[in-house]
Each structure stands twice: as structure tokens, then as C-alpha cells.
Design a binder for this molecule. Structure first.
Ligand code: ASP
Ligand code: MG
Length: 447
């Protein structure tokens, strides 16, 4: 039996009404596994609670815990019809929050933090399960902690996950509808861990991959990936088809829609990912598969908060090993590099995490002159930039001709051209690219 995977984000389980709508959406005869996030805002609140616990501010922590608990007791008041379900839900909520409260009395370490962060998904899945039960829709709640596991390098342990998930499904062979938690897992020692913020998408694609599912559906509150940022420019349209590689490039910029790491497991097993909108369940959404769109330009995305660092040194001239020394500095400070451009005597790099910037600069100054520009934005154009094509860079640069460019990156992959600009020009850049690459090109227009 092949199971469809359907993952729903925080807003899709964010209120009684949304949970009720969700039940209608999943209630059909197709065998499926439902992956749920925590209710919207919960994981942020739990992070906040953990911060207070770390800081030994137990009174503040208690206030925050009580406040979060009452949002749940409010939701369940209107979610269930029967007294019985309501009581069960209230007991469940109380037991999870009592558990969180227990950490105000005890030592708080990274292990306890992970246990606290796991509570959101544990609660949302149980409440949904109770709701289905009340409505006589048969379902099985499968604890993610029983099969979702990381290996010694904190990567998903695909063989463990596959083996145990298949066993659990087999043991419940007569059932069609399974529910499990996104985001949470165990580490190689069996301790509670997670797949990092936004990791529920990853849970869904890992499950889809190990089960060779026919399709992984990621349901959010937007209708798929758009060709441009609808918060900044109008009009934009949803992309109907996009390849795994193109989607991975875009995901980094539009993490709100899809977690960037999650494309890989699906790609490896050739399982299509479909992005859908719970508010408009009949809209086509975006399908991510082997097959690209075949268009020259597919989408434009932007990422703010970028810092550009330029290192200039006579020592770089005809030398080898220089770039390695520069990269090693970033490695030591665990700071990923996004864009790179080089000349014979200088290299420019961009980073999106400036937390170690001062230390990095200090070390880079050993190699030469260092210049730093903050408030930069990466504009990323995703499309088919195959080597035999000739005018695409020209069209991008023509669209941007009135904007000062700090860096240009072409040829890193066949799917991405990126430029770095000052953030104040972002709207202008996205608007111009929209006009030149999408709105004027009728043959490029999405459906
Ligand atoms: N609840 C987790 C988070 O907010 C995981 C997820 O929603 O994907 O990061
Ligand atoms: Mg998400």
C-alpha cells in the first residue's frame, strides 16, 4: 500500500475552525500519513520559555507557560462537541504543560530544552487525533519519536526510519489514516531532538522518501511558490511546475514556503512534492519534480540582512592556498558563505549570519585589507541558464541597469544568477525584474 504524505503547517492547525477544516480535507479513502506542525506561534513561545528557563527566570517562565496553556484551553472549548472529548483534551493539555512547568524546579540544559520544544507537535497531533475520534473518522497516531531518528552526524538515519515506520504501518495494516508529528525526532543516543526550526517539511519528505510515496503534499496558507515576492511587487503568479534543483535554490530565499533542506530526500527517490494552500484547497499549487518548467526565467527572490565582506591582498596574486585560508576563518566561526566573487587581488563574500562578524573581520585582517558592507540584499534569479544560452545575463542586467550592483554571480549553477545590492534598492530591483523577465515575456508567463 502506498501512502500519500500530507504535511500541514502551524496555521492549518492554528484554531478550532482550521482543525475542523483539516479533518474534512484529509477524510477520504486514500491511504495517507498526515504530518502536523505545532499550532502557529507555539514553537516560538516554547523557545521563549526555554530562554527564560536558561536565564533562571522561573517566575517569568511560569507566566509564559500559563499564557501558552490558556491559548490551548481556549481552542479546545470550541473544537469539541462532547464533554468526554473536551475533558480528555484538557487532561492532555494539563499533562504537557505540567511537564514543561516541571523544568522551572530543576536544572535546565540543552536536553531539557529539546524536550520542551517537542511539546508543540505532541499536543497538536493529539488534539487532531481526538477530533477525528470524536467524529468517528478512524485514524492511528504514530509517535514520531518511535521511528524518526538522526545518525551520528545529525543527519536522518534513513534505514532506521524506513525499517521502523514500515513495521508500524504493517502492524496497523487495516488502517488508512495515520497522523504523526513533524519536526521532532531522536538523536543517535535516543534522546529527544528536532530537525531544526521549520523542520516539519523535512519530516514529510523524509517519510515520503523512505516509503517511496506517490506524492508529498506540503499544505500552507499560500498558493505555492510565486514567481516573485507578492509582499513587495504586484502582480505575481504561482509557479505551476518547477524542478527539484530550481526549487532548492528558491527555498533558501522563500523559507516561509518550504524548508530548503527538504527537497533532497524527495529528489533522491523521485517523489514529487506538491505545495498546496489550505485556504484554497482546489487551487493547483506548485509541483516540484524532475521535470522543470522549461522556461528561461522561473522566479525571482530576495534575501535581506546580508553582509558583504571584501578582502584585498597582494598576496593573493598568483598564489595558491589564499582562498582556503580565507574560507577556514568562516569555517572556524561556523558561518556559512552565500555568494563569492573573486578577482586576482581580492575576494568578496556574503554571509547572512553576522553574529561572529567582529571575530571574523579580526582574523581576515591578517590577510589584507578588509571592507564590510551591511544592509545588503541578495537578488536571486532562478531559471534555466544552460551553458548554450546567450542572452539571459544581459536581460537580467538590463533590468537592473539603474541599480548599483555590489556583486554578480553567474555560472555557479545552471539554475541561479544572483546579484548583491543595497537593501534600499530591493523593491526597485524586484519590480524591474518582474517587468522585464516576466510581464513583458508573454511566452514566459505562468498559468
Ligand atoms: N514547529 C516547528 C517550528 O515552528 C517546526 C515546523 O513548524 O516546521 O519551527
Ligand atoms: Mg513551516
Amino acid at each position: 500500500m502506498s501512502h500519500l504524505i500530507m504535511k500541514f503547517g502551524g496555521t492549518s492547525v492554528g484554531s478550532a475552525a482550521r482543525i475542523q477544516a483539516l479533518a474534512d480535507l484529509v477524510n477520504d479513502e486514500r491511504p495517507k500519513i498526515i504530518v502536523l506542525s505545532a499550532m502557529a506561534g507555539t514553537t516560538n513561545a516554547l523557545v521563549d520559555i526555554a530562554d527564560s528557563l536558561y536565564a533562571n527566570q522561573n517566575d517569568t517562565a511560569n507566566e509564559k507557560i500559563n499564557a501558552l496553556e490558556s491559548t490551548y484551553t481556549e481552542v479546545v472549548k470550541t473544537l469539541y462537541l462532547s464533554e468526554k472529548s473536551l475533558n480528555k483534551a484538557n487532561e492532555l493539555i494539563k499533562s504537557h504543560f505540567d511537564y514543561i512547568r516541571s523544568f522551572t524546579l530543576d536544572l535546565f540544559t540543552v536536553h531539557e530544552e529539546k524536550a520542551v520544544l517537542a511539546q508543540g507537535e505532541l499536543i497538536s497531533t493529539a488534539l487532531f487525533h481526538y477530533y477525528l475520534e470524536e467524529n468517528e473518522i478512524p485514524s492511528v497516531l504514530v509517535p514520531a519519536l518511535d521511528f524518526m531518528r538522526l545518525n551520528h552526524i545529525d543527519e536522518p538515519d534513513f534505514s532506521f526510519i524506513g525499517k521502523h515506520l514500515k513495521r508500524i504501518l504493517k502492524e496497523n495494516g487495516e488502517n488508512l489514516l495515520f497522523i504523526t508529528q513533524g519536526y521532532i525526532c531522536r538523536n543517535e543516543f535516543g534522546e529527544i531532538d528536532n530537525l531544526k526550526r521549520g523542520g516539519s517539511d523535512y519530516t514529510a519528505t523524509i517519510i515520503g522518501a523512505v516509503l517511496d510515496s506517490p506524492e508529498i503534499q506540503i499544505w500552507t496558507d499560500i498558493d505555492g511558490m510565486h514567481n516573485n515576492d507578492p509582499r513587495v511587487v504586484q502582480p505575481t503568479y504561482p509557479i505551476t511546475e518547477i524542478s527539484y534543483n530550481e526549487a532548492a535554490e528558491l527555498a533558501y530565499f522563500g523559507a516561509r514556503i518550504l524548508h530548503p533542506t527538504c527537497v533532497l530526500p524527495a529528489q533522491k527517490k523521485h517523489v514529487p512534492i506538491r505545495l498546496l494552500n489550505t485556504m484554497k484547497p482546489d487551487a493547483k499549487g506548485t509541483i516540484i519534480s524532475e521535470k522543470g518548467s522549461g522556461r528561461d526565467f522561473i522566479a525571482v527572490a530576495a534575501k535581506d540582512g546580508i553582509t558583504a565582506i571584501n578582502v584585498r591582498s597582494g598576496r593573493m596574486l598568483l598564489a595558491y592556498g589564499f582562498l582556503r585560508s580565507v574560507f577556514e576563518v568562516f569555517e572556524r566561526y561556523r558561518t556559512p558563505i552565500d555568494m563569492i566573487t573573486t578577482s586576482e587581488v581580492a575576494v568578496s563574500l556574503s554571509i547572512d549570519n553576522p553574529s561572529q562578524l567582529n571575530e571574523i573581520i579580526k582574523e581576515l585582517e591578517n590577510f589584507g585589507q578588509v571592507q564590510v558592507d551591511q544592509n545588503q540584499t541578495i537578488i536571486c534569479v532562478v531559471g534555466d541558464f544552460s551553458r548554450d544560452k546567450q542572452d539571459q545575463a544581459f536581460r537580467i542586467l538590463e533590468a537592473l541597469k539603474e541599480i548599483p550592483l555590489r556583486m554578480i554571480s553567474y555560472g555557479g549553477s545552471e539554475h541561479n544568477v544572483s546579484v548583491l545590492i543595497e537593501s534600499q534598492f530591493k523593491k526597485q530591483a524586484l519590480t524591474k525584474l518582474n517587468e522585464v523577465l516576466f510581464l513583458n515575456q508573454t511566452n514566459n508567463q505562468g498559468s
